[in-house]
Design a protein around this ligand. Sequence first.
Ligand code: SF4
Ligand code: SF4
Length: 439
Amino acid sequence: MNLKEIMKEAGIVGSGGAGFPSYAKLADGADTLVVNGAECEPLLYTDYVLLQKEMPMVLAGIQAVLDFAKIPQGLLCVKDHTAKRLRLTDGTRLADRIRLKVLPDVYPMGDEISLIYQATGRVVKPGNLPITAGVIVYNVETLYNVAVMLKTSTPVLLKWVTVAGDIPEAFVVKVPVGTPVSDLFDKHSITIPEEYVVIDGGPSMGKVINPDSAVVTKTTKSLLILPPNIPAVESKFLDGDKSIARAETACCQCTRCTDMCPRYLLGYPLEPHKMVRTAKGAATVMPEMVLSATLCCGCGICETLACCQGISPRAVINEYKALLAKNKMRYVGTEEVYPAPEREYRMVPSTRWESVLGVARFDKVAKYVGEDTAYNRVEIYLRQHIGAPSVPCVADGDMVKKGDKIAESGEGLSLPQYATIDGRVTVYEGIKIIIDKVE
Ligand code: SF4
Ligand code: SF4
């Protein structure tokens, strides 16, 4: 098998965000591999701890990709605070063809388009893939998973997760994919106060989950326990229709949301103040009118920081994105674009961003508490990646061992799945495979 096939067989996905199958990004024509260790959102320390504990494995994963795709250079990109904690400086040669790139402590730096510009000085044309700018981007954990598969033939069984928020001590733990969040919290003596919420992901872009039913998936980077009365949480409960109604009546068209939008500042034709002005009814009839909504990375700066009228351009744009997805439409530009000269002065410092979100007081550097694999049940979802769901290759009652394949790749873009503990299988309504430990 070549590396692309190995990555597919290992079931590797981008380890935060939407879960794009990593093998599918491995294309010819790149001259730079950008390794995303930016850890964009506040409170997250997963990549930092992984680099602290497993730097040689991450570098081995990077080198495997450089060799396979004949890429001359790899840039391991981390924010300034992470570099300082790792005692590394900008330009440090980490291994053959691999250098450290230090990014400024600003938000959003982990956004692929912003990251590529910051690391290489290139702007990906709007709506195009990074490979069109000669770049492939992988997350730190993705490359660690590549090295684990190459060195031990072990597919993705474990997930590195930051557990943080309003708890006495933040920590990073390695748990089986499919671990119930409630079991993880019980084992680590975490109780969730009344009205608090649990977020899978960062405070600005993560999703509220039900801790009684949610499990750790391949894309769970963090689990945050947060109080209800902070902007980071309040923004999760905005109603799209109400936001549009409010936007249509209260927006004074000051353009501040556009002036601070990181994609606009890179030269993208995305102007949130115009989205806010656009009537939803008209957009429903003419979705092409709001096509540039697909260029929004969802960072939330327009909503939480820029607008002084309490309007959420992001919520409005999300409505338009759903409309465009339904019509299978997206913006694909052919034009070169150039960053605005003022971009440098309009970037949002990370400390300011965590204050605006109301999470600054919860920011404690997470400690690594090691591997925690003794769980009695896991639930492996068949759709943990973009593309076709995996197809079960086990049946109810089958006994499986950790590492056994339990689902094959579906048609086209897809990935297989593996048992992450020993036990007995239940295939649940074609959605997930539950494995219960048998004493
Ligand atoms: S910042 Fe608020 S008020 Fe100003 S244009 Fe944007 S949505 Fe309208
Ligand atoms: S969420 Fe707002 S600020 Fe962020 S990219 Fe989208 S439009 Fe721009």
